[in-house]
Design a protein. Structure first.
Length: 258
């Protein structure tokens, strides 16, 4: 069963074609990778799914409902959350406050209720803090609960961004280069976390990643972009041996010399 369908997605920036006629089908509870060389259009693709950019043409369907024309907070409300290639935390806020930000879409209390200390709003806020702490335990950051996010080690900041994203209880989680800058130990921990999230949180995961060892290990299916176009799709073994994919990464001349 497909949870996400992308149909003929195209994005132009003036005369630049960032993506051209890209179509994808993502199965529910799968781990799907979107890979390709730098400048292939991968992050632009994520930005269209999350309504940061509006497609020039094409459609994006979540459980059959079009997301085109929605605002980013509406896409989040419908069940898509993400991390970013360049970490975007609230560095001056504490670690737990960053996770609480991720819950904002599903909390019912109004700021007036907070200001006037309405009992139901106070109860909801306390429950949210308990849940946020459990999320920090899940991503291995409970020891940093009251630390400023900007003071965390780089790998911990990556995990915090994932924690904030899952706080929204998404149906689909988009991870944009989650292993970037991580050492081998942190990458192994991330691999385990991604596997666990898929099953424990009942979430579909789509990731952009340059670490091919990680991608081939955890992905059920891969889509390959090059210069904004979809050049290949398939299971890891199919992509690993695809000549067009090899040429996109290494260059045609390099493959001919080899």
């Amino acid at each position: 069963m497909n949870i996400l369908e992308v149909k003929n997605l195209t994005k132009k920036f003036g005369g630049l074609m960032a993506t051209r006629d890209v179509s994808m089908n993502v199965e529910k509870n799968s781990i799907t990778a979107v890979i390709g060389p730098n400048g292939a259009g991968k992050t632009t693709f994520f930005n269209m799914i999350t309504a940061v950019y509006r497609p020039t043409s094409g459609d994006i369907l979540l459980n059959g409902k079009s997301l085109v024309g929605l605002k980013p907070h509406q896409v989040c409300h419908f069940g898509i959350s993400r991390t970013f290639q360049n970490i975007r935390l609230f560095n001056e806020q504490t670690v737990i406050e960053n996770v609480l930000v991720g819950m904002h879409q599903r909390l019912k209390g109004h700021w007036i209720g907070t200001l006037l200390h309405f009992p139901e709003v106070t109860r909801e806020e306390e429950a949210a803090k308990v849940e946020a702490y459990k999320i920090l335990q899940y991503v291995g950051l409970e020891e940093f609960v009251n630390e400023s996010a900007g003071n965390l080690p780089y790998g911990a900041q990556r995990r915090l961004e994932i924690g904030r994203a899952i706080a929204a209880k998404p149906k689909i989680l988009l991870l944009d280069e989650p292993a970037a800058g991580m050492n081998p130990k942190e990458t192994r921990q991330l691999t385990d976390l991604i596997h666990d999230m898929r099953h424990r949180l009942d979430v579909t995961i789509i990731l952009i990643e340059h670490d091919m060892k990680l991608v081939m290990k955890i992905s059920d299916y891969l889509y390959v972009l090059d210069h904004g176009e979809l050049i290949a799709e398939g299971k890891p073994d199919e992509i690993r041996n695809n000549q067009r994919v090899i040429e996109a990464y290494l260059g045609k001349e390099a493959t001919q010399r080899g």
